[in-house]
Design a protein around this ligand. Sequence first.
Ligand code: ATP
Ligand code: MG
Length: 426
Amino acid sequence: MGDQIQPIRGMNDVLPDSRAAWATVENAAKDIFEAYGYKRIRIPALERTELFSRSIGETTDIVQKEMYTFEDRNGSSITLRPEATAGIVRAGLNNGLFHNKQQKLWCSGPMFRYEKPQKARYRQFHQIDVEAIGFPGPEVDAELITMSAQLWGRLGLESPRLMLNSLGTPEARAVYREALKDYFSEVIDSLDPESLNRLERNPLRILDSKNPDLVDLILNAPELSDYLDDDSKFHFDNLLKMLDSVNIDYEVNSRLVRGLDYYSRTVFEWVTDKLGAQSAVCSGGRYDGLVSQLGGRETPAIGWALGVERVVELLDAEQLTVTEQLPEAYLVAEGEYPRSLLLRVSEELREKLPNACISMDCMGGSLKAQLRRADRSGARFALILGMDELNEGKVSVKALREDTPQVMLNMYDLASMLLGQLEKSP
Ligand code: ATP
Ligand code: MG
């Protein structure tokens, strides 16, 4: 045996043990999206680099240091998608999806960012995201946020808290940006290197700093809410009223600016204190300027994305157990001839019970060894096919989880017995 090849740092295998938790999150999200009339879209994992540099913004963390960018074989620069919004907008523009119509879309898949790997922060991670494109009013902001709240409810998660802010229009923000620049320039000696770098390029991001030494400085900085334009204020107030109307709690946090350039007006983040240093479970906002920035007409839009790994880890942190589907029955065979018929019998049973998990022994060996595997599989019943059973046109049923005598049943009775069991189980 040679040396094993190791995976790339920060890129995880999602092993079968966690499949039930992943499926729970993915299925709940899908069910909610479909119930709200959102349609799935799938986009490529690779895009031209300029799609991201032009949309996410040259001065953002993602574009400056987190992108996986390569030269394609023909020399053009391509990038593994760090997020889905830019790709969805590109796809919509290329295919005329925004031409005089609105779109409610959702998407999911792996994203790639060159970050320092740690708990809940990976280089390949998975997002589920929704985008509503073409809707100017606050109704859609409220709808999208409600959908995320519904998702926590359905999963039983209690820790996520909603932080909300309005960034106003780009014009209002430009004025605020100057005010911030003036403020931080006066205390320039107290800034750390990261904030100094942001001061010139993107002073709003200083508010995002996690450096405890800057807390007081940031607390006393001018507030964005004092610079908001009237329309944005009206939009935001209406959003808050709609959230009130469906009893969604929130905290207005004027320091929430989000790391991407394309946001305007509403921004929000669901945060938790249960994932260590990583607090954001789901984040999003309005990006009214992005569609035109990428070559389309002025088109209002809003979206959010959640990190699947973080939500899965949160299920665990909140001790929400997710039950996995175990086989209902595990079929074993005694003897060569019965074994040759094992697949056929399994298929008959599967046809009768399309929603049950029926597992067939594929290893062979002694009956004892097969029954041991049946037990380890977690199945409720072992079904034994031997010559005696074949002669009678029946299968032996051995309960593996309770103390009931072994019986022989024909296919019809077997199927109705298993069906009865399935209906009883939670
Ligand atoms: P953070 O502040 O944690 O870096 P972010 O603002 O970069 O998050 P977004 O770009 O808004 O995150 O992505 C949306 C969601 O994707 C986040 O709320 C988070 O749950 C998840 N996410 C982002 N980066 C990672 C990562 N490297 N590993 C795992 N999940 C991530
Ligand atoms: Mg980040």
